[in-house]
Write a protein that binds this ligand. Structure first.
Ligand code: SIN
Length: 285
């Protein structure tokens, strides 16, 4: 694809692009929006540099990718119930979004896209890693692809497999984020195909994570764990990955249908403050 309204610079072989020169305050009839959505499908992760965005701007840009979704475990901002602040303070050790995952897959209709806007970033570190789960699917053997046909993953919001404790333990250590629904975390449970098909491209991708997928439907957790771990490890191989570095005024938008991500917790002693919005509730098929 060639782009006329923005400068698109690929970040890695598998996925990801930096976008320069895009005007996210452009009128609704600007061809920029068509190109932005094309780049989103082509690259899966867009790091859009040099933006000055209010919450209203973020809601407007989010609307170009779908209807807003509530994040169940953190309260929204005053007047903006769909936007949550993702903050790690200088004194905190735990961050939000560590461990490979795709966003809120324990919901019946997980979001198509996530928008994350950087307000304050550490002088070094605090990058986010992404992998292309469609490329990971393509690289599997024919035998494995056949075996995965029809398998359904059961995913839970409880974070029971997270190192260091479950959802309650995890969010209670992130004091600067206003958590909610922690007592109901395990009630957020979904059943989605392990191999999903992208509605726009028809491309298949793997849809699971060790963090959220507790078992395969109809199998015990012990029986399921080795296959879930194998697929999670396979997806997160370096050749399927890219690394997004942050700077204030950067909006990164990613496709949860074809990616997993991991927020690297390597910036103790520095503050990182972002605004997060998920959009496009969609039943994975
Ligand atoms: C997330 O997992 O949605 C947050 C990622 C990040 O803070 O880099």
């Amino acid at each position: 694809m060639t782009y006329q309204t923005m400068d698109v610079r690929p970040l890695a072989g598998a996925l990801g692009a930096e976008i320069y020169g895009a005007d996210l305050k452009a009128r609704d009839d600007s061809p920029m929006w068509i190109e932005l959505r094309q780049a989103f499908i082509e690259y899966h992760v867009l790091a859009i540099r040099g933006q000055d965005m209010s919450q209203d701007d973020m809601m407007r840009v989010g609307g170009k990718f779908g209807e807003p979704c509530f994040y169940p475990f953190a309260k929204g901002m005053e007047g903006y119930p769909y936007i949550t602040e993702v903050i790690k303070e200088k004194h905190e050790r735990e961050n939000f979004g560590a461990d490979w995952h795709t966003d809120t897959m324990y919901l019946e209709k997980p979001p198509r896209a996530t928008l994350l806007y950087a307000l304050e970033t550490p002088p070094r570190g605090g990058d986010t890693l992404y992998v292309n789960t469609a490329a990971a699917y393509d690289a599997l053997s024919g035998g494995m692809k056949k075996m995965l046909e029809g398998l359904v993953g059961v995913s839970s919001g409880g974070l029971k497999n997270k190192k260091g404790g479950d959802r309650v333990a995890h969010l209670s250590r992130i004091g600067s984020m206003t958590s909610q629904n922690l007592d109901k975390a395990t009630a957020f449970e979904s059943r989605h195909p392990i191999v999903r098909t992208h509605p726009d491209t028809g491309r298949k991708s793997l849809y699971l994570s060790c963090l959220h997928t507790v078992c395969l439907d109809g199998f015990t957790e012990d029986e399921s764990r080795p296959l879930i771990k194998f697929l999670n490890d396979h997806c997160t191989e370096p050749e399927f990955s890219c690394r997004v570095r942050w700077e204030p005024g950067q909006l990164t938008v990613w496709d949860n249908r074809t990616t997993m991500h991991n927020a690297v917790n390597d910036y103790h002693g520095f503050r990182r403050r972002m605004r997060r919005l998920t959009v496009g509730p969609e039943v994975p098929v």
